[in-house]
Design a protein around this ligand. Structure first.
Ligand SMILES: NC(=O)c1ccc[n+]([C@@H]2O[C@H](COP(=O)([O-])OP(=O)(O)OC[C@H]3O[C@@H](n4cnc5c(N)ncnc54)[C@H](O)[C@@H]3O)[C@@H](O)[C@H]2O)c1
Length: 344
């Protein structure tokens, strides 16, 4: 990789997209500051949000477009915090301009887009990574500790799910063409957790989708995300994974991820976990609060990679895996058959 830096402060960060839904731009820049990087510029077409960025980071350069920022600014690392369908085109533009790129999750919508981004990064000799902050969620750190201790035996299956009953909101996440579909927003986090636990190659993916129930009441009409998306992933190790994200669940299930092993079950939600192990007939239940999440570790690793050449934790090949599953599930749902992966 060219463009290695002497020190973290030489990494001049340009934020692309300073949206108001979760004020993610501020969170990124704060974590980048903690990692020693320098907030340098923001590109955002919404003048109101650009003014918010200027107020939160006094002195930061502001631009109305990515093209203008790339032409006029010395930023050498960009972070893309925009709607999902813009990640690949913006990343390609920045990579071709020789800038290192961090994209918010999901890296892209399709496998082909991920491939193009990886190829462009290699050609330019720069880094591309995905902000998988939830790789450092306390819940998955605890889950890995429990599974690796052998407490629940060998993993048989993982069921990852998120559900509610309610029509999709008016925001871009409810547009299929912009977001990629109902599975893309949270599904990519749930898959990224699960792939850490399963540590096996993908054998095939089946996808299922129910659409049309909410579409008539949504501002996106025929472009509304599915009412429910479902995927089944078969792994070469013999384990399997199900992923369900739904807007038509009148009785939402407990937890977000449930891991079933030969000796016990582990599940967690945002705040809590529960382990149930069997001692002959008796079920022994341990409940607890998830440990604190350490999202700042993401940018610590990116800085160490760009300055010292430390291995990148969230490589683009790693973040392509959940996208590949989502892409295959989407195609499988349309074709009504299981699909074999290009990347295992
Ligand atoms: N990792 C996490 O925990 C987490 C949490 C929330 C959101 N996200 C991700 O962050 C991304 C953005 O989501 P959000 O909720 O912040 O959305 P948002 O709608 O609040 O913000 C998106 C911003 O992007 C801007 N934008 C759109 N096109 C642009 C372009 N071409 N150039 C520059 N700016 C452009 C919009 O004007 C808007 O201000 C998504 O990928 C989402 O999945 C991740």
């Amino acid at each position: 990789m060219k463009n290695r830096f002497k020190q973290a402060k030489d990494i001049k960060v340009g934020v692309i997209g300073y949206g108001g839904a979760f004020n993610m731009g501020k969170l990124h820049l704060q974590d980048m500051l903690k990692a020693g990087m320098t907030p340098w510029a923001v590109a955002e077409p919404d003048a109101v949000r650009l003014a918010v960025a200027a107020k939160e980071f006094p002195g930061i350069q502001t631009y109305a477009s990515v093209t203008e920022m790339l032409a006029k600014s010395e930023v050498n690392l960009v972070v893309i915090i925009t709607p999902h369908n813009t990640h690949a085109p913006i990343a390609l533009q920045c990579l071709r301009a020789g800038r290192h790129v961090v994209s918010e999750k999901p890296l892209a919508i399709t496998t082909a887009e991920c491939d193009a981004m990886i190829a462009a990064a290699r050609k330019a000799g720069v880094m591309v990574s995905t902000f998988h902050n939830r790789h450092w969620d306390g819940s998955i750190v605890k889950a890995l500790e429990v599974v690796r201790s052998g407490a629940i035996g060998d993993i048989v299956r993982i069921e990852a799910h998120m559900g509610q009953w309610g029509k999709p909101g008016d925001w871009w996440r409810s547009s299929k063409s912009i977001s990629g579909g109902i599975l893309y927003d949270w599904g990519v986090h749930l898959l990224e957790y699960s792939l850490q636990l399963l540590d096996s190659e993908i054998a095939e993916v089946s996808g299922f989708a129910k659409s049309g129930f909410w579409a008539g009441q949504s501002k996106w009409g025929a472009d509304t995300i599915e009412d429910e998306g479902f995927a089944v992933v078969r792994f070469k190790s013999g384990t399997w994974l199900t992923l369900c994200v739904t807007g038509i669940d009148a009785s939402p299930k407990r937890g977000m991820v449930e891991v079933t092993g030969t000796k016990g079950t582990f599940w967690w939600d945002y705040d809590n976990y529960e382990i149930t192990v069997r001692d002959s007939e008796k079920a022994i239940v341990t409940k607890g609060r998830n440990p604190t999440s350490l999202w700042e570790k993401y940018y610590e690793n990116v800085a160490a990679h760009l300055v010292k050449g430390a291995p990148l934790t969230i490589t683009p090949e790693w973040s392509r895996r959940p996208i590949h599953i989502l892409d295959l599930a989407d195609r499988s749902a349309r074709e009504g058959r299981a699909l074999k992966p290009k990347y295992v």
